[in-house]
Design a protein around this ligand. Sequence first.
Ligand SMILES: NC(=O)C1=CN([C@@H]2O[C@H](COP(=O)(O)OP(=O)(O)OC[C@H]3O[C@@H](n4cnc5c(N)ncnc54)[C@H](OP(=O)(O)O)[C@@H]3O)[C@@H](O)[C@H]2O)C=CC1
Ligand SMILES: O=C(O)CCC(=O)C(=O)O
Ligand SMILES: [Mg+2]
Length: 743
Amino acid sequence: MTINRSTIFYTLTDEAPMLATYSLFPIIKKFTKPAAIEIISSNISIAARTLSKFSSYLREDQKISDDLYKLSQLIIKPYINIIKLPNISASLPQLINVISELQLHGYKIPDFPENPKTEKEKLIKIKYSQLIGSVVNPILREGNSDRRIPVSIKNHARKNPYYIKKWSPNSKTHVSCMNKGDFYANEKSITLNKSCNIRMELLYSNKKILILNKKISLLKDEILDSSFLSKKLLCDFYENQIKHAHKNDLLLSLHLKSTMMKKSDPIIFGYAIKTFYKNVFIKHEKIFKKLNININNGLSSLFNKIKILPKNKYEEIMYDIKKCNINGPSFAMVDIKKGISNLHAPNHIIIDSSMATMIRNGGKMWDKIGNEKETKALIPDSTFAKIYQEIINFCKKNNLDPSIMGTVQNIGLMAQKSEEYGSHDKTFKIPYDGIARIVDIYNNDVLIEQHVKKGDIWRVCQTKDESIKNWIILAINRAKQTNIPTIFWLDTKRPHEFEIIKKIRSFFKKYNIKDIKNIQIMSKIDAMNFTLKRLINGQDTISVTGNVLRDYLTDLFPILELGTSSKMLSIIPLLSGGSLFETGSGGSAPKHVEQFLRENHLRWDSLGEFLALLSSLECLFIKTNNKKANILSKTLEIAINKLLDYNKLPSPIVNELDTRESQFYLTIYWAQALITQKLDKDLNYFFTPFFNALMKNQNKIIKEFKDIQGKSVNIGGYFMPINKLINNAMRPSKTFNKLLNLI
Ligand SMILES: NC(=O)C1=CN([C@@H]2O[C@H](COP(=O)(O)OP(=O)(O)OC[C@H]3O[C@@H](n4cnc5c(N)ncnc54)[C@H](OP(=O)(O)O)[C@@H]3O)[C@@H](O)[C@H]2O)C=CC1
Ligand SMILES: O=C(O)CCC(=O)C(=O)O
Ligand SMILES: [Mg+2]
């Protein structure tokens, strides 16, 4: 595929951002037309990805193109310019729902074979497994990230601070993590002095060898880590914490990242359920095995599977589950009305957002009758968990006030599947006691070995030298541009981070970088303290972190500063020279869709999309000298500021301003800015009649937007709604549509 240098790819994703795209995309297409910019929609939703993966099962007229594959080919082109909205990283239960919905739509794709027997079924399972977890982001993120809150948005938040709940200095809320046997304790890390290919193998009884990954290619100077988490010590940890929480009347909550860490974290999640409901699992082991229950998918999948049992057996199991609930601490709830707890599905509580939300909420989560309670936040692996305890300690002593807070920006290492987030294909549940080994294929040298036991989780991570250097340069450039203290969050005590520190030091030495006094390396705990002290005093700080902390901090600080991470600017300069602009740094807000379907009010805030578009247009101008793109970008900035000044952002309350109306106001302000700019007459002429017509019809259009709210709406599907229905729902103003069609 050849790309026009004036092309912008705009992704169509899932849930709330997908709904918002149906209304915003036609507006963007019209506005960019006079600048000869082509905006191409790329459907990377979980439904589209599923259909393209199972294309051979479809009728010719049902087949769709594999847009994610196309983007993955284009990502290496220097002119690529992509706007990427958040998409679903599916858990298995979610994927099963996607499959059922597509089948209902008439797509004859196969069922998910949980227990494959034939070769064909095994192949189907492998293909489906490729759709689980965070699939899209690691493919598109061929660069490191620069995430920050734009100045205008920060100023707006200071003037209109959202309410952040105060912490009691006596709050019992705390983080509990393992103090031995976890990934942190067991990590080994080396930097390779030559390129090589390795395999991952398990040496077990009588010198038998099980190959787990037959070939991983490594480059010279790449960092290679190996670590494992002990099943036994994890389960001991859970037992103790459950007892402690019960004794101290604390709500238990479990914070993992089962989407990004799609191999390890569902297992860690499953062990928590098995420990909490130990008696149930011991007593009903045989039945559960027969029913093929995989508890890593959560309690709801267990509840579904036992439904087929005879009534008395079903009731016996449910009674035993209830007994554990009564005799143990309560678990944090996700949806009180529906009785959905933290343990129902692995993707319901996702650490980056869940810990930040709990902290914003004064350290409390909800129990099953809706009481706010202090919580024991379980984050089993201690590698990053301690930063949360540090901020909790801080919140108990200090007041976080969004009206005076500074800001925390982030430069995140993530290119080329860096670190833990690229370890899907290198993570295994160990089937036998033995020695986990990383072996150089060429000469059979063992590079790293570790003694593991059945049930342990073994993980290998890679981080390329090129990615690290690019990340260091990004950090240096930001530090120079902003003069803001720039802190690498790295511990000399952790083997992997020590390897990174060595690289940073040698980079600084090699390029004789001495004059940047505001760059420092600090342990994660020191960095957190340093940053928080500055934050509450209104001072700004740049955090420079690895991939996991990038994810955690770019939800944590925006959620504290703004109440949400959706208003972030997230720029990824790709290693190849192209650019990826992510909209916000949060997720796809399933709760918003629920509300939308119930009362036709969408609360999704598209500010993230507006900001990404602004940067994308600016980038297009810089690369192609398309002056109209520059004007579009500058005027969009004016429009965004106006949107903030007039507070035309969506409200969460039905019958008030929602996503569609907010996007309409942006349209007016953008058109107005275009007709008042003096640099390009064509753009004046192009937008003047449109702007006048919008003004003339403004009341009528707003009424059309308001009239439809308050009633339920049907869009014919959740993962793959029917085009016509969703278009009608998201573009309800006939007057606005007509005016837009005229330009
Ligand atoms: N980049 C990506 O592709 C990412 C994808 N995900 C995926 O998103 C899904 C949901 O994840 P979850 O952890 O629930 O987190 P979400 O960020 O989707 O939702 C948490 C809450 O954040 C608020 N929020 C998020 N975005 C916006 C927005 N644009 N406007 C207004 N409010 C917003 C909403 O809270 P409220 O309305 O109460 O204010 C929302 O309920 C998962 O499938 C996950 O895999 C998650 C992170 C990143
Ligand atoms: O890809 C995902 O599942 C989540 C990504 C994410 O949370 C982030 O990068 O901030
Ligand atoms: Mg995140």
